[in-house]
Ligand binder design. Structure first.
Ligand SMILES: Nc1ncnc2c1ncn2[C@@H]1O[C@H](COP(=O)(O)OP(=O)(O)OP(=O)(O)O)[C@@H](O)[C@H]1O
Ligand SMILES: [Mg+2]
Length: 460
């Protein structure tokens, strides 16, 4: 960002003092003596702060200000006003100037104001960067997958992003529905303001309507003031109705109206409000099945499902697992300051044969925890089996990854033992663990480590 200061004032002595003081403070400054030159200067290059005399020959300060606000609205303009032009200074503030100083100008005052405005510009720039960071996190490049199913998803995202169409994202838990919604939002230029997400299953039925559409003060006991609903707040941006399959029927009727008419009526009001936003919804439920069961409105389903994006389960696109593993390892390396380079072949084989009921979220959790516990730069089977299934967020009914890992580890150790003719010293060396660790594993995994006696029948 340009941090140069422009002074436009017709008083030569003031211009000279001003330029001298600013240069002494190491602030680069351009000075001009009239409005026309000021306009020329601003057209040629941006200035961080412009100090503008209200009364000048050529274009007066107000005219120059209007033009600056038109071509470079981010400029911080400080007006210089003499006795009798204070009203004009107030007018200037309304037009977008950020401050004013009175003549005769006290140099210290104007210097403080310039510094404050430069600080403001720094903060604004920092803020912009942070916002870009946030958007980047959710941009399409953060969605990993090279499988045909995911290529199809990418194509849908790119095609639907520039449109106004409602999007319904379906898929099992942890398949990346919210990630896809955010990616569409960040690619959509026309609804770029903000992304508001509401989890329809997390808000009690009685409050959901007021949460979505807002309410008028006094419309129910706890409505002590007017409340703007999410539909209104999301205008100019995206509203993401997560878990729409859990929305109670009573609310579905209101939602249908909002979707069809692009209007909402806050609870307790009769005045409809126009809404202009991008609507997306997600669910892990099978909505056609919910419709048949009478739990979801068919008309709402068709309204929302103008574009449907279905996310495949991880077990249907196992070829993406190595890429995802690499992606999450890098992510946790940078978050935790680790230097992990990958997973062992055995871990990768296990990952490829596991059924990943919790989908990508489960894989992400597994890598996160393994990254915490791994003592080596390579994640090993033992790093994965460290936690209980509860901590891994897996349900008891499912075969847990630890169970699978243990079975794999048991089989693997048994094979190595067998290969080394059940010699534990050699097997420990081959496994790259201490002898006592091998004994501990044999105990823990209940491996029968005795050399099997060959029966005559086997020899035949
Ligand atoms: N293709 C992908 N590439 C990289 N990360 C992914 C991918 N899909 C999902 N993730 C990550 O997995 C986690 C779960 O994704 P997300 O929250 O979008 O899933 P969801 O389908 O909304 O799940 P739920 O139904 O449980 O709400 C997030 O941390 C997300 O960043
Ligand atoms: Mg989700």
């Amino acid at each position: 960002m340009n941090r140069e200061v422009l002074l436009a004032d017709d008083e030569v002595t003031f211009r000279e003092t001003f330029a001298k003081v600013l240069r002494e403070e190491d602030i680069s400054v351009t000075v001009v003596g009239n409005g026309t030159d000021a306009l020329d200067a601003v057209t040629k290059q941006p200035f961080g702060v412009v100090v503008l005399d209200i009364r000048m020959p050529g274009a007066d300060g107000i005219k120059v200000l209007r033009e600056i606000m038109r071509i470079r609205p981010e400029t911080r303009v400080i007006m210089v006003t003499a006795y009798g032009t204070v009203e004009m200074a107030v007018e200037a503030i309304k037009l977008g100037a950020c401050d004013y100083v009175m003549k005769p100008v006290v140099m210290d005052d104007v210097l403080t104001k310039i510094r404050q405005n430069m600080k403001y510009l720094d903060l604004q720039e920092e803020n912009k960067k942070l916002k870009q960071e946030l958007t980047r996190r959710f941009d399409i490049s953060q969605i990993i997958g090279k499988s045909p199913a995911m290529q199809n998803v990418f194509e849908m995202i790119r095609k639907v992003a520039p449109t106004k169409s409602n999007v319904l994202i379906t898929g099992k838990s942890g398949t990346g529905k919210e990630l896809v919604a955010r990616a569409i939002h960040s690619l959509a230029a026309q609804y770029s303001r903000h992304f508001l997400a509401v989890n329809c299953s997390a808000i009690p039925e009685g409050l959901l309507e007021s949460e979505l559409f807002g309410h008028k003060k006094g419309s129910f006991t706890s409505a002590i003031r007017d409340k703007e609903g999410l539909f209104k707040s999301a205008c100019g941006g995206t509203l993401f109705l997560d878990e729409i399959g859990h929305m109670p029927m009573s609310c579905q009727v209101k939602l249908l109206r909002a979707v069809e008419q692009r209007q909402i009526i806050p609870v307790g009001s009769t005045q409809p409000i126009d809404i202009d936003l991008r609507l997306m919804a997600a669910t892990n439920k099978d909505l056609p099945k919910e419709i048949k069961a009478g739990r979801f409105r068919e008309d709402l389903y068709y309204r929302m499902n103008v574009v449907g994006i279905h996310l495949p389960e991880l077990c249907e696109r196992k070829e993406d697992i190595p890429l995802l593993v690499e992606h999450f390892i890098k992510q946790f390396n940078s978050e935790m300051g680790k230097t992990c380079v990958g997973v062992s072949d055995a871990v990768m084989r296990l990952f490829m044969s596991y059924d990943w009921k919790g989908n990508i979220r489960e894989l992400e959790n597994v890598i996160e925890r393994a990254s915490i516990f791994a003592e080596d730069d390579v994640i090993k089977i033992s790093d994965i089996g460290l936690l209980g299934s509860h901590a891994m967020g897996l349900s008891k009914e499912d075969e847990t990854l630890q169970t699978a890992a243990k079975a794999y580890e048991k089989e693997y150790i048994r094979r190595v033992l067998s290969k080394h003719d059940w010699n534990k010293v050699d097997a420990a060396k081959a496994l790259n663990v201490g002898l006592s660790s091998l004994y501990r594993k044999i105990d823990e995994l209940e491996i029968d480590s005795r050399k099997p006696k060959r029966s005559k029948a086997n020899n035949q």
